[in-house]
Design a binder for this molecule. Structure first.
Ligand SMILES: NC(=O)c1ccc[n+]([C@@H]2O[C@H](COP(=O)([O-])OP(=O)(O)OC[C@H]3O[C@@H](n4cnc5c(N)ncnc54)[C@H](OP(=O)(O)O)[C@@H]3O)[C@@H](O)[C@H]2O)c1
Length: 244
């Protein structure tokens, strides 16, 4: 259970992030959500769980403002952070020979630099409050199984997997854990541009031959945040419909 635990979730407005927020609230956690949009779905959580849900409208592209706007002005050390779910991301899909540096840099700002900067402040908060905290990065099966057009996106997620393993090593003595949830293909806006043929090809590479469900991923994220996962750190946990 995550009762009364303070959990920061980026990309809370829709897709997987919204599902993670839903599961966290069912588990009794206090949720601090960040995204650029306040959607009707997240707003309904704000209304339903007035004392347990908080929202910060913020563009994670603004990497130089993260420490001040999120961690000094909003989630400061007086609020003890127990968990951080790095879920927000964008996908810049294209073949390598079409690579555009502006688009690549923008994706790396959201997918890599912003979570690394956030982890800096999250760790400082956990150390200050002597919290046995847990960090969960949402990674992608594309890191482990190549897909045409996903090399740039996959490399941003691969960076997170390396960062997570090293975070686990560096801060394990303080009982702070870091893991990656390696998600398979899920039906969200991010994957909405794929044709049925592309989707069929992706499903065919899974054992279950179906999309990975948001609920299965969200429940595993909650487990990794919980004390039940107290001995799990530095790992990549696959929830990917059995992609082999
Ligand atoms: N869908 C898949 O098949 C799949 C597979 C493997 C892994 N993943 C990973 O799963 C996670 C969730 O993806 P999803 O499928 O739920 O994607 P999604 O539906 O596109 O949602 C992305 C979330 O990230 C937020 N976000 C994007 N850019 C942002 C920015 N600059 N500043 C703040 N927030 C930002 C969005 O909120 P706003 O637009 O309101 O800012 C939204 O809440 C991502 O890490 C993704 O890489 C997805």
């Amino acid at each position: 259970m995550l009762k009364n635990k303070n959990i920061l979730v980026t990309g809370c407005s829709r897709g997987l992030g919204l599902e993670i927020v839903k599961e966290l609230l069912l588990e009794g956690a206090n949720v601090y959500g960040v995204s650029r949009t306040l959607t009707p779905e997240f707003n309904s959580f704000l209304e339903q769980y007035r004392e347990r849900v908080f929202f910060k409208k913020f563009d994670l592209n603004a990497t130089d403002e993260i420490e001040i706007k999120i961690f000094k002005e909003w989630l400061n050390n007086k609020i003890s952070i127990h968990g951080f779910v790095n879920n927000a991301a964008v996908a810049y899909d294209d073949i390598i020979t079409n690579m555009n540096l502006d688009l690549l840099e923008s994706m790396f700002k959201v997918n890599v630099f912003s979570p690394l900067i956030a982890v800096k402040s999250v760790l400082r908060n956990m150390i200050f409050n002597r919290t046995k905290g847990s960090v969960v990065h949402v990674s992608s099966i594309s890191v482990h199984t190549g897909y045409k057009g996903l090399s740039m996106y996959a490399s941003s997620k691969g960076a997170l997997e390396a960062f997570s393993k090293n975070t686990a090593r560096e801060w394990g003595e303080k009982q702070i854990r870091s893991n990656c949830l390696v998600a398979g293909f899920m039906e969200t806006e991010m994957s909405g541009t794929l044709s049925n043929e592309q989707k069929a090809r992706i499903f065919n590479r899974t054992s279950l031959k179906v999309p990975t469900t948001l609920n299965s991923v969200a429940k595993t994220v909650c487990f990794l945040l919980s004390d039940g996962a107290e001995s799990i750190t530095g790992q990549n946990i696959h929830v990917d419909s059995g992609t082999i």
